[in-house]
Design a protein around this ligand. Structure first.
Ligand code: SAH
Ligand code: SF4
Ligand code: F3S
Length: 449
């Protein structure tokens, strides 16, 4: 019997989602097929995340589930890919008898070979990091759709003291501009309407003399009806040139994810974030001048070592000052091997939780207020399909990444742009009425900005 059915689950950030598509691209070209049913699979792969302790705990929970499956199907190959594979390496196979395969983010080309090793009863291990691997020539396996991810730079050289990514993903290296632009051309031909350029710090992108602004401009030019998003920007490297590029290109979304992490300069220094709150706030002010209507989102860590109540209040102050559209908020989780791991994790669990809750409550209030202000305005929305909650409604998103729901009392196509008048809003969603279609290829172009 031929063994060729792969089942894969993906955890962690969008870079892992993009990597899963690369993995499937590699495996498809070797004759493997994807199955959606783990019970039907010959190979079960978990593409994992190490960013916080609970991300790893979740994977151990999943492995427990596959243990039963493997007992009833002894030839099943169980593999761990991604950041946990890179961080824990051989430990994963030694401590978990059911794991046969451990492959880190830079070794996916060897997967077919390593799966064969595992089929033959040995352990398949590939965890070398590379200074050059970008999977430039691999065609990712993507289902048809509207939205696609493209990794444009891999790795991270920032070494924030809390973060495992520089250890699990290795050094920064950029894909070529030409290969990225060609991929976007193909996606546009297939009817995709939105591409998100990914990297741990996209602002470090460099291909010969072409920087991230050049890349964005080149991507935006491919198809003006295709929205370009990007994530993540590090506040230290966000250049004026980048801000002008966003402002000048109507299809580059006016939305910047700019993690601040903490509102306290003392904590930022301990985190090795290399900017002060002053620098950060000035940057936002400048961005708001150059790109009218720009929205921001952020990441916050609460309870970093030595964080006092005063530091915490400074974080709340930054949220109030900036008024982010949204935020990803986390409790500090010590990660072995990082610099912060050697600092005492001295903010107790109860305090961390309490502070985190205050941050979440405040941010939800702000998101709610920002959305209330949109009532009565007309937003340009990319229609993504029917609402998940009711087939009587369409769902789409604004260029500032807000979900908009409107009644299906008109005929509009998935992937088209429409104007919707907003008449109700919650913290997470806008509700409105269809106003008109928008042809983004004519003079209405400016409307999507
Ligand atoms: N490259 C991106 C973020 C990658 S990780 C950036 O620099 O912003 C996503 C977020 O996870 C981080 O921004 C941070 O807020 C959070 N994070 C990273 N390590 C963490 C840790 N040890 N504990 C808690 N949160 C963490
Ligand atoms: Fe981690 Fe900092 Fe790199 Fe982001 S920039 S991935 S937080 S080390
Ligand atoms: Fe997690 Fe690795 Fe992404 S640690 S957040 S999957 S880079």
């Amino acid at each position: 019997m031929q063994k060729n059915k792969i089942y894969i689950e993906t955890y962690g950030c969008q870079m892992n989602l993009a990597d899963t598509e690369i993995v499937l691209g590699i495996l498809n070209s070797k004759g493997y097929n994807v199955t959606q049913d783990a019970n039907d699979a010959d190979v079960v792969l978990l593409n994992t995340c190490s960013i916080r302790e609970n991300a790893e705990q979740r994977i151990y929970g999943r492995l427990g589930r596959f243990k039963n499956l493997k007992e009833s199907k002894p030839n099943l190959v169980v593999g761990i890919l991604g950041c946990m594979a890179e961080r824990l390496r051989k430990d994963l196979v030694e401590k978990n008898s059911i794991v046969d395969l451990v492959v880190g983010p830079d070794e996916y080309r060897r997967l077919p070979e390593l799966i064969d090793v595992a089929y033959n009863g040995d352990k398949g291990i590939g965890v070398k990091l590379s200074r050059t691997e970008t999977y430039d020539d691999i065609t990712p396996h993507r289902e048809d759709g509207l939205q696609a991810w493209i990794s444009v730079i891999r790795g991270c050289d920032k070494f924030c003291t809390f973060c495992v990514v520089p250890f699990t993903r290795g050094r920064e290296r950029s894909r070529t501009l030409t290969s990225i632009v060609n991929e976007i051309k193909e996606l546009s031909n297939r009817g995709f309407k939105e591409v998100t350029l990914l990297g741990q710090n996209v602002n470090s992108y460099l291909d010969n003399s072409k920087d991230f602004s050049d890349l964005l401009a080149a991507c935006a030019e491919v198809d003006r009806s295709l929205r370009i998003r990007f994530t993540t920007s590090h506040p230290q490297d966000l250049s004026d040139k980048l801000l002008y590029t966003i402002a000048e290109n109507s299809n580059i979304c006016n939305y910047i994810h700019l993690p601040v992490q903490s509102g306290s300069d003392r904590i930022l220094k301990l985190m090795n974030r290399t900017y002060t709150i002053d620098h950060y706030l000035n940057l936002l002010e400048k961005a708001r001048k150059i790109i009218p209507g720009v929205s921001f989102s952020t990441d916050i860590i609460s309870g970093f070592p030595t964080e006092t109540y005063e530091d915490h209040v400074k974080t709340l102050d930054v949220l109030r000052l900036v008024r982010y559209d949204g935020a990803y908020m986390f409790k500090y989780s010590p990660r072995e091997g990082t610099k912060a791991f050697r600092m005492e994790d001295d903010v107790n669990e109860e305090t961390k939780s309490k502070r985190l809750q205050e941050i979440i409550d405040l941010q939800q209030q702000i998101s709610y207020e920002i959305n209330q202000e949109l009532i009565g305005t007309e937003e340009t929305v990319l229609v993504e399909g029917l609402s998940k909650k009711s087939d009587q409604f369409f769902a789409g998103r604004t260029d500032t990444n807000k979900v908009v729901i409107f009644p299906k009392n008109v005929i509009v196509e998935e992937g088209s742009y429409v104007k919707v008048k907003i008449n109700r809003a919650t913290q997470a969603t806008l509700f409105g009425e269809f106003v008109s279609s928008v042809d983004v290829n004519d003079e209405n172009l400016a409307l999507i900005a």
